[in-house]
Ligand binder design. Sequence first.
Ligand code: H2B
Length: 95
Amino acid sequence: MSDRLQGEARKDALAELENWQEVSGRDAITRSLRFADFNAAFGFMSRVALKAEQMGHHPEWFNVFNRVDITLSTHDAGGLTALDVKLAKFIDSLA
Ligand SMILES: C[C@H](O)[C@H](O)[C@H]1CNC2=NC(N)=NC(=O)C2=N1
C-alpha cells in the first residue's frame, strides 16, 4: 500500500494537478468532467475502470448523462497517496 502524502510532497503533487480541487473535510481530490453525451461519458468511464482495475485502485464517482464527478482518495491509507496522483494524471490524459 502507498503511504499518505504529507507536507511538501503533498503540496507538490496538488500543484501538478491543476484540474483537481481538494475536498473539504477529508483528504481527497475531486474533478468534474462534461462530455458531449452519455455515450462519451460512459466510454471515458470504461477506460478509467480498466485502468483502475489494473492498478487495484478505484475512483469514487457519480455519473448523470454527460457529467462525471470523480473523487480520489486511498481508503486503505485514509487519504491521498501516489496512487491517487497516478490515477488523476491518467484521467487528465483522457479528458
Ligand atoms: C484489496 C484491494 O486491493 C484494496 O481494497 C484496494 C481496492 N481499491 C482501492 N481503491 C481506493 N481508492 N482506495 C483503496 O484503498 C483501495 N484499495
